[in-house]
Design a protein around this ligand. Structure first.
Ligand code: XIL
Length: 397
C-alpha cells in the first residue's frame, strides 16, 4: 500500500485526530473546545452563537468567527435556518409546532438557543413539572416553581403553553393512589387538584391534557384509583373542575395507541361522544404518537377525522419515532419518511391544530430510558444537529 493511500484512509477515518470535524460535526460555538476546521468538501458554518456545523460545500474550511454575528450562513444543506418548523406550520395554517422540555435541560445554553427560537417552536409542554407528583406531592401542598419555570419561558419567548397533565395514573403520589379515599373524598381530591393547577396557570395555557391515558390497549378502562373508586365519572369530574378554573383553556383527553383503528380508538371515540352528548366540557383529543421507525400507522388521519367529525379539535401531542440502536443510514432515512407521513396526516386534517415533539433532541429523549435498546427518536441528534427527520417534517409542512 502506498503511503499516500494509507494517509488518505487514516484521514478519512480519523478527522478528529487530525483536528478536523466530520461532515455534520460541530466546528465552533461558545463553549466548544473541539476542532474548528472541517473535513474537505464541507464548510464550517455559524448556525447560532453556540453552534457551528460542518455543512456540505466546497469553499475554504477556515474556522468561523463566533464573536461577530454579522456572518451569514453559506449552507447549501436542506437544513437551512432561513425558516423553521413553527414558521412553516403557521404558514400552512396550523397554530403551532412545539416541543416538550424539562427543567434540568434549561441550563444547556446550546439547547435553549434552539428551544427559545420561535421560528422552530411556537409551543412548549412541560415533560414532567406540571404532573401530580411535581405539583401536589402531599395533600394540599402545591409547588409550582418548576412548572412556572417552563410557563415563564414560554411566555418570555411568546410561545403557547400546553398544560400536562391533571389526572393520570402515573407519576401520581401514593397519598392519592393508596389513600383509601371514598368516592366523595376522591372527587374532592380531583377537584382540588385540577382546580388549583388550572387556576394557577389561568390565562397562560392554550390547552390542558386534563385526563391522560384513561384506557387499556384493548379498549377497557384502565384500572387505577380513579376508575376503581369513581368509575368513568372521574373524567367528567376532572373536566368540569378544569373548565371552571380556566374557562379559556382547551380541555383535552390525551391518549396513545389511538392512532390505529381498533378497540382503543373506538373506546375513546364513544367516550368522547357520550361526554359531548352530556354537555361535559371537552374540546380536544391528544394523539401522543410515540411511534417506531417503519411502523407508523397509516390510519392516523382517518382516526383524527373521526374525532374532528364530532366537532372536537385534535393535536399530535408527544411525537417521537424510535428505532432499535444502533442507528443506520437506512433507519434514519426511513425515520425521515415516517416523520413526513405523521406530519402530513395532521396537515390533511383541518381540525388538527398543531404538532408537539416529545423533546426535539436525542440528548434528552425519554426513549432510551424507557425502551431498552431503542433511541434516536427525535429530529435533532444528541449533538443538537438536525437529522434527516427534520427534513421529513419540513417536507410535510
Ligand atoms: C415521560 C417523561 O418524558 C419522562 O421524563 C418521565 O420519566 C416519564 O414520563 N406519555 C405521557 C408523558 O403522557 O407524560 C410521558 O412523559 C411519556 C408518555
Amino acid at each position: 500500500m502506498k503511503l499516500t493511500t494509507t494517509f488518505a484512509t487514516l484521514a478519512a477515518l480519523l478527522p478528529f485526530a487530525l483536528g478536523q470535524s466530520a461532515e455534520w460535526g460541530q466546528c465552533g460555538g461558545i463553549g466548544w473546545t473541539g476542532p474548528t476546521t472541517c473535513v474537505s468538501g464541507t464548510v464550517c458554518t455559524v448556525l447560532n452563537p453556540y453552534f457551528s456545523q460542518c455543512l456540505p460545500g466546497s469553499s475554504s474550511s477556515a474556522p468561523p468567527t463566533t464573536t461577530t454575528s454579522s456572518s451569514s450562513p453559506t449552507s447549501t444543506a436542506p437544513t437551512s435556518t432561513a425558516t423553521g418548523l413553527n414558521k412553516l406550520a403557521q404558514a400552512a395554517g396550523k397554530k403551532y409546532f412545539g416541543t416538550a422540555t424539562d427543567n434540568s435541560e434549561l441550563t444547556n445554553k446550546a439547547y435553549t438557543a434552539i428551544l427559545d427560537n420561535k421560528s422552530e417552536f411556537g409551543q412548549l409542554t412541560a415533560a414532567n413539572s406540571m404532573k401530580w407528583d411535581a405539583t401536589e406531592p402531599s395533600r394540599g401542598d402545591f409547588t409550582f416553581s418548576s412548572g412556572d419555570q417552563i410557563a415563564n419561558l414560554a411566555k418570555a419567548n411568546g410561545q403557547l403553553l400546553r398544560g400536562h397533565n391533571c389526572v393520570w395514573y402515573n407519576q401520581l403520589p401514593s397519598w392519592v393512589s393508596s389513600g383509601g379515599f371514598s368516592a366523595a373524598q376522591l372527587t374532592s381530591v380531583i377537584q382540588t387538584h385540577c382546580s388549583t393547577l388550572l387556576t394557577h396557570y389561568k390565562g397562560q395555557a392554550y390547552a390542558w391534557d386534563v385526563v391522560n391515558e384513561p384506557f387499556n390497549d384493548d379498549g377497557t378502562w384502565r384500572s387505577d384509583v380513579f376508575y376503581n373508586t369513581l368509575g368513568t365519572s372521574y373524567v367528567q369530574i376532572a373536566l368540569e373542575a378544569a373548565r371552571a378554573a380556566d374557562p379559556g383553556a382547551k380541555l383535552y383527553i390525551n391518549e396513545y395507541n389511538i392512532e390505529y383503528t381498533g378497540a382503543k380508538a373506538t373506546a375513546l371515540l364513544s367516550l368522547a361522544k357520550s361526554l359531548l352528548a352530556a354537555g361535559v366540557p371537552l374540546d380536544g383529543i391528544g394523539f401522543q404518537c410515540h411511534f417506531i421507525v417503519g411502523q407508523v400507522p397509516t390510519s392516523l388521519q382517518t382516526v383524527m377525522q373521526q374525532f374532528t367529525a364530532l366537532g372536537l379539535e385534535v393535536a399530535i401531542t408527544e411525537l417521537d419515532i424510535r428505532m432499535t440502536l444502533p442507528a443506520t443510514n437506512a433507519l434514519l432515512a426511513q425515520q425521515e419518511t415516517d416523520y413526513e407521513n405523521v406530519v402530513k396526516a395532521c396537515m390533511n386534517v383541518k381540525g388538527c391544530v398543531g404538532i408537539t415533539v416529545w423533546d426535539f433532541t436525542d440528548e434528552y429523549s425519554w426513549v432510551p430510558g424507557t425502551f431498552s435498546g431503542q433511541g434516536e427518536a427525535c429530529p435533532w441528534n444528541q449533538n443538537l444537529q438536525k437529522k434527516p427527520a427534520y427534513s421529513g417534517i419540513t417536507a410535510a409542512l
